[in-house]
Ligand binder design. Structure first.
Ligand code: F6R
Length: 588
């Protein structure tokens, strides 16, 4: 959940680090800091706040030195304070550490280290790593040995980068259950949590495998197992274009990413037919089949499950990744887990698939980040091809997931995968055309204390997704549910003017959902219908174009994304960086 970037160069690195830090700020944005080495000393500047605020106050970009590391934090252990910001130094400033993850045994280690005289300055779990590595470095006089020795003592998840004041030009790194990637540039080497951190400088990357360590110097990199055995791995090229990373003319990344969907749904449909066929074949033969994901990705999984159940007659369950362990008794040879994830680094998802794999299940993933841990640990992978998603709220990755999941189901059914996508792209463009109207609704309802989203059958996950988007971007309490559930409790909460979005395309449940809308109106609700068919029962209608039923959610979700975005703007929230959240949830 934190972002790391380290850089060893033949020229000053502070500006490069700051640019990289801005690119990984989506991973956590409550504090930030930087360390560089100059004249045999580690120089640290850090504080609580957004990267831009800390730069303004402390001029990170003016730190001297050709080697350095920077960090943006999403607090887990220890509050959001200047002291708790990374980097963390050992007692005498010999070692500096930046860390993404959670050290589970930090209290035990802290006690041991305090007992031998180490003085701690922060409340973080990370600081124990600096002291631990200092102890090992004094013993071994070797940065790699000190790093791997610390790996042997740390329990939990981590990606760390480490500098030593008396080893200019060297950064060591290590990872366990959190991503760490090396960038091989021209005269400059990088180590980071995400390729986005350095893609401006190089697209040649080396992904560390789990429980590996690295030594990065100006001349190159070396990889090692946690036991210290050298591993050879050549760089691979990543395809993402730097231009994908600008906001272009949009006020926020979130709005840009929502607006990209007419193109991204088309690129999501461009899959290799052999891989798709193999993926679908495994789904068909699975016994049993589970679909998993967290948050928005879980909602896309629910849509996949619905079609597999109803149209392909395949019994399967979609389970929230953090809860999949409850079903572990069903994993074994023959079982398959389909995991959906934008980042491919969500800890709950990784944990779920690890458990399933251990018991012999096959893991198939639908993922955006090609080199991510999930992609690399899967038996088959379909990529979302929607480009980097920087806004913390998942938008274009959701619609891409729905498109890819549909291709799989079409392939299972022996149909023509990808059919209808051009039409959907047009309809998404049409749905973007509702923005002015949606903006008006956002102004009217952004201060409502509660919002409800209801739908039936295949559309129900869209209601869940609409509510999730509104909660995370606008901080308005929102609930999504099956319309059939209203009368079992929630109707009691409906008062005059309560906004309720009813997602109601023409087709099989249309009449029933209209009745729900009537019931809501009768109790005073303002009903916002999202439909291809206007009806006078709706207080407001957001008209979307009809497309084949299976792809209707891709169109319907767009005005809901816009509603959440504009409600956030009305409430003066930063839609790209909602409070308390981070894009890549790499902690359990
Ligand atoms: C919601 C959102 C989150 C993610 C969830 C899973 O807008 O972004 O709910 O969908 O954290 O993330 P991935 O898909 O990266 O596994």
């Amino acid at each position: 959940m934190c972002g790391i970037i380290g850089c060893v160069s033949d020229r000053p690195v502070a500006k490069t680090l700051l640019d990289g830090l801005r690119r990984v700020e989506y991973r956590g944005y409550d504090s930030a800091g930087m360390v560089t080495e100059s004249g045999g000393r580690l120089l640290v500047r850090k504080g609580a706040g957004r990267v831009s605020e800390i730069e303004e106050k402390q001029r990170l970009s003016e730190l001297p030195g050709d080697v350095g590391m920077a960090h943006t934090r999403w607090a887990t252990h220890g509050g959001v304070t200047d002291r708790n910001a990374h980097p963390h130094l050992s007692c005498d400033g010999l070692v500096a550490v930046v860390h993404n993850g959670i050290i589970e045994n930090y209290l035990e280690l802290k006690k041991e280290l305090s007992g031998s005289g180490h003085k701690f300055r922060s409340q973080t779990d990370t600081e124990v790593i600096s002291h631990l590595i200092e102890v090992e470095y004094r013993r071994t006089k070797d940065p790699l040995k000190a790093t791997t020795a610390a790996m042997g003592r740390l329990k939990g998840q981590y990606a760390i980068a480490v500098m030593f004041s008396d080893r200019p030009g060297t950064i060591t790194g290590a990872r366990k259950d959190a991503p760490l990637i090396i960038g091989v540039g021209d005269g400059t080497m990088f180590i980071a949590s995400d390729v986005l951190a350095f893609i401006e400088h190089t697209d040649r990357t080396v992904f560390l495998d789990n429980k590996e360590a690295a030594v990065v110097t100006r001349d190159g990199y070396r990889l090692y197992t946690a036991g210290g055995r050298e591993v050879r791995r050549r760089p691979t090229q990543v395809a993402w274009e730097l231009s994908d990373l600008s906001k272009a003319d949009f006020a926020h990344y979130t709005l840009k990413e929502i607006s990209e969907q007419p193109q991204t749904v088309v690129s999501a449909a461009l899959q290799d037919s052999k891989t798709l066929g193999e993926f679908a074949g495994l789904v068909k033969r699975a016994e049993p089949l589970f679909i998993t994901g967290s948050g928005t990705s879980y909602h896309a999984g629910l849509l996949m499950k619905s079609r597999l159940n109803r149209e392909a007659g395949i019994a399967c369950e979609a389970i929230i990744s953090g809860e999949l362990k409850e079903h572990a008794g069903f994993f074994g040879r023959g079982s398959v887990v389909v995991a959906l994830s934008q980042s491919g680094e969500t800890a709950d998802v990784l944990e779920a698939v690890k458990r399933a794999k251990k018991k012999g299940a096959k893991v198939l993933s639908i993922v955006n980040a090609a080199g991510s841990t999930l992609a690399r640990e899967s038996d088959a992978v379909l990529l979302l091809n929607c480009g980097p998603e920087v806004g913390v709220a998942a938008t274009k990755s959701f619609t891409a997931q729905v498109v890819v999941a549909n291709l799989v189901v079409d392939s299972v059914l022996g149909g023509r995968p990808g059919q209808g996508v051009a039409e959907v792209s047009q309809a998404v463009r049409g749905a973007l055309g509702t923005e002015a109207e949606v903006k008006r609704l956002a102004s009217k309802y952004a201060r409502a204390p509660d919002f409800y989203f209801v739908a039936r059958g295949y559309q129900t996950p869209v209601a869940l997704e609409g509510a999730l988007k509104l909660k995370e971007l606008s901080y308005v309490h929102a609930e999504g549910m099956a319309a059939s559930e209203l009368k079992h409790g929630t109707l009691a909460l409906i008062e005059k003017g309560t906004p309720v979005v009813v997602i109601n395309p023409s087709g099989e449940s249309h009449a029933e959902s209209l009745s729900s809308a009537e019931e809501l109106r009768a109790r005073g609700a303002d009903v916002i219908g999202v439909s291809d068919k206007a009806d006078e029962v709706y207080t407001h209608t957001i008209k979307v174009q009809r497309v084949p039923r299976k792809l209707m959610p891709v169109v319907e979700v767009v005005p809901l994304q816009l509603l959440a975005y504009h409600a956030a703007v009305v409430r003066k929230n930063d839609p790209d960086y909602p409070r308390n959240l981070a894009k890549s949830v790499t902690v359990k």
